[in-house]
Design a protein. Sequence first.
Length: 425
Amino acid sequence: MKLAGSLRHTAQKLIPSGRFQWLFFLLTLFSYLALAYSVAYPYSIVFDPRIPWDAYLSFDNRAVVLTGGGYERHPLSVHFFQAVRELALFLSEGKFDAVFRVVLSFSSTLAVALSVLYVLKYALDILELDRLGASIVSLLFAGFSTVLFLSFTPETYTYSMLFLVGYVYLVALAMRQGTGPSFLLLSISSVLIAGMTITNIVKVFIPVLFTKDFFRSWKRFFSSVLYSLLAAGIFVILYLYRLNFDIQRVLDKSLQQYEKFSQPKSIPISDMVFSWFYGGNILLPQFELRDYHNGKGFEFKALFLDLYDGFGVYVALGILLAFVLWSVVVNFREKMVGILGLMLLVDVVIHCGLQFGLHTSYIYGGHFVFIYPLLLGYLLKRYKIKKELYPKLLLGMAFLVFYFWTNNVYRLGEFFSFLELYYKE
């Protein structure tokens, strides 16, 4: 009974509360639904049985929907996508048709709309921003390129973003009450988050380092470490069970994947970091068209992102980066800012330091782009009593909202032209 009550109480925190939150959520949801339907119903790109991967932006839609993705990186996602797939097949009467694609996309739409909602709830409930400030940072996030594409893409990144931003919101609520993430929250989150993408398990346990008296009380230190080990152990057991406890298989496959996705490219690392890891997840550059085949005689056109070539793009992304760094500097004593910063650092190390998937790092944004609007929210919180500076910050962020949305909607128009040429049924 206590467990059921705790789960019910947590679930209540994760739904809209109040008229404003419901209105914002529904507007976001229906906007994304319109986009998802426009992509999934008339065009086959969301799921084409003939195309295993890389139809657009290097997403592996078919492979993920059918198998959950690579077991060594996405160990438990197969069970999640099996449920989504079975629902889609039920509603499409067993056919991989337009209805099947729409159901897949609508599932992603709901996940992304909830992710935007949690950014809004964080801004309102944790940061206590006014509705205007909360709306601006939420709309900024809602218009990021990664968020727009994930809103109709059945991929692990879509649900990783949902679980991560929801977890961050719940952790912030716990921190606000002077506690930290409970054993139940750690256990469930490690299974959901790491089960979807295993490297994200590190992010689940970062908040433990910031719990009250963690480094001051030996009792608190050992109890927190014990809870963390037990929570991680639950995931590890499920992970190894999924692999029949064949650890060597995991190591061999992980090494193979690292070598495959970390090959040096002719493009300078600095360009890939700025244009793809940082910028590509926020602001779409121009597209690059390539010829691909599925290895079985079927040829298709694939779409990737090119490097930036316009001065205005660098200015806009530079302003956003300046806001983020400014927020970190002036709020470095805030525990949640430290947590968010370390979470972002995990992805920086993986993709920029180890260069894993750096050449297509614009698809990994679901793991970290939500951190940017939250840090901007902390900047607004810091200066909301400064009557001269606060409106200027709002104006600067509103400019970014306008610029990002205008650019990305324009690029989406190009994306639809690509679909019309090569993927119309």
